[in-house]
Design a binder for this molecule. Structure first.
Ligand SMILES: Cc1cc2nc3c(=O)[nH]c(=O)nc-3n(C[C@H](O)[C@H](O)[C@H](O)COP(=O)(O)OP(=O)(O)OC[C@H]3O[C@@H](n4cnc5c(N)ncnc54)[C@H](O)[C@@H]3O)c2cc1C
Length: 444
């Protein structure tokens, strides 16, 4: 693997290590101070991604005392690494600019923020317990608040495969962070493993950064849902982003299982998207290398994912990016008396909540990918919606004249018109959660 300095592509902007461990505590007037652990807030937001920042902005604008905490050294969450072209108007979605703007707007509205801090515990009342990286002092050990919003996002599902701990093997999200945040190429010749909305988008970002993306292959056959047929179903939500009309048309029908079955037999072995080869009937077997990645072994597979004996071959690559989907991150809520529901449509297990994003616990709210894997645009809308619920419940004032119930309906409409979804059945997942909420009788 080339040294990092060699891999930086033009426009590299490497963060100053001195920024790490920074305590950012900004008042509405822009001045900085150290927050007191005893100060009471109306709302503490855990996670400064698009959902958390939007909610913080709106609740602060309604007069609430708001604190946002995030474990990263900059606000914005996963938004900071995002780069994709909007198929509707060919504009570019530059997540880092949107993240910066989101932070500025929340601060201008009066929200305060702490970075480099992990919320590790929640106690009813509410108390949010905090911890800091070693060597970082000066922050409060806890915050007290009338309401808490858990907006902790999602994490990548690992893909254990021979060679996955070698330098040069990484998750697709790590490749996104290297390429779009640190402006460092993950490798010179990169193989992407796993086909979904995220891997295609990030393969494209790497290609734009000058990386030679050798192609995208399927995960090892032992990985659940890795067959060509299942993969075609996962590509359906991506249809609107496809560069060619025939792909956009075909993609509209890929959500149907009989079309997937037929297509997985008829499709060519390889199709190209933005010039990147998608090897639809080739799967990874192992990543090779002693001290670093030097290659990958792949094999042909049948439509149902069975390896074809004797078709193994080696590819010379210096980096392998593994994409195996995302899982909602909500472990903080699991420590509380809060019911959970498993929903593959949402990416995993999520806390039961109402369509207005209230949980069964008084004063506890959820928004964003923590309740289902979706795009940043939807996370932002969920942030605005949960703010309406919090404003209503805390008796704060809003000039927007929209109720949380109306906001919930708008969200369903927005989902329908989104240019891409991580899962075509995401609304079905949310409907199932809503039924569980209604059956449970709402707040405990
Ligand atoms: C690797 C990856 C890449 C993605 N790329 C795209 C993309 O290109 N386009 C797209 O539309 N969507 C993408 N997504 C989906 C993405 O999650 C949403 O777009 C959006 O960012 C979700 O917003 P959010 O506010 O719910 O969470 P996030 O943006 O994930 O923000 C949550 C924040 O909470 C912080 N946090 C978590 N736990 C704690 C804790 N205990 N204490 C303190 N802070 C905590 C996290 O570090 C993070 O900063 C990606 C997701 C992942 C995981």
């Amino acid at each position: 693997m080339p040294r990092l300095a060699e891999q930086r592509h033009p426009g590299a902007r490497v963060p100053d290590p001195g920024d790490r461990g920074r305590l950012l505590h900004v008042r509405a007037d822009g001045s900085m101070s150290t927050p007191a652990g005893t100060e009471a807030f109306d709302l503490v937001v855990i996670g400064g991604g698009p959902a958390g920042l939007t909610a913080a902005r709106d609740v602060a604008a309604a007069g609430g005392r708001v604190m946002v905490v995030d474990e990263n050294h900059a606000m914005g969450g996963k938004l900071r690494g995002q780069l994709h072209e909007d198929p509707t108007d060919s504009s570019w979605w530059k997540g880092w600019e949107l993240a910066e703007q989101g932070e500025k707007d929340a601060v201008a509205a009066g929200a305060r923020m702490i970075t480099d801090v992990v919320a590790w515990g929640l106690e009813p009342g509410w108390t949010v317990r905090l911890t800091y990286p070693a060597g970082r002092n000066g922050g409060p050990s806890h915050l007290t608040s009338r309401a808490v919003l858990v907006a902790t996002g999602a994490v990548e599902r690992p893909m254990p495969v021979t060679g996955w701990t070698l330098p040069g093997a990484m998750t697709i999200g790590a490749a996104q962070v290297l390429t779009n945040i640190h402006r460092v190429k993950p490798g010179r010749r990169v193989l992407v493993v796993g086909m979904d909305v995220l891997s295609l988008t990030i393969a494209r970002a790497m290609q734009l950064a000058g990386v030679d993306v050798m192609g995208i292959v399927l995960p090892p056959t032992a990985v659940e849902g890795s067959s060509p047929r299942a993969t075609l179903g996962r590509l359906a939500p991506m249809a609107k982003l496809a560069p060619a009309m025939y792909m956009r048309l075909a993609g509209r029908f890929l959500g149907w299982s009989w079309v997937q079955a037929l297509a997985s037999r008829l499709i060519p072995r390889t199709v190209r998207m933005w010039g990147i080869p998608l090897h639809l009937r080739t799967a990874l077997v192992a990543i090779q290398g002693t001290d670093q990645v030097t290659g990958a072994v792949v094999v042909n597979v049948t439509a149902d994912g069975t390896p074809v004996a004797g078709s193994e071959r080696e590819l010379a690559v210096d980096a392998v990016c593994l994409a195996n989907g995302l899982i909602p991150l909500n472990e903080l809520l699991a420590t509380l008396d809060c019911a959970f529901l498993r929903s593959p449509d949402l990416g995993g297990t999520v806390p039961v909540h109402s369509d207005t994003l209230r949980t069964q616990l008084d004063g506890m709210y959820v928004a964003g990918n923590t309740i289902g894997v979706e795009s940043a645009k939807i996370a932002e809308k969920q942030g605005a919606l949960v703010a309406l619920s919090i404003i209503e419940d805390l008796g704060l004032s809003t000039r927007r004249g929209c109720t949380a119930a109306q906001g919930a309906l708008d969200l369903v409409g927005a989902r329908r018109t989104m240019e891409f979804q991580f899962d075509v059945n995401v609304q079905r997942g949310h409907d199932k959660v809503q039924r569980a909420w209604e059956t449970s009788g709402g707040p405990a």
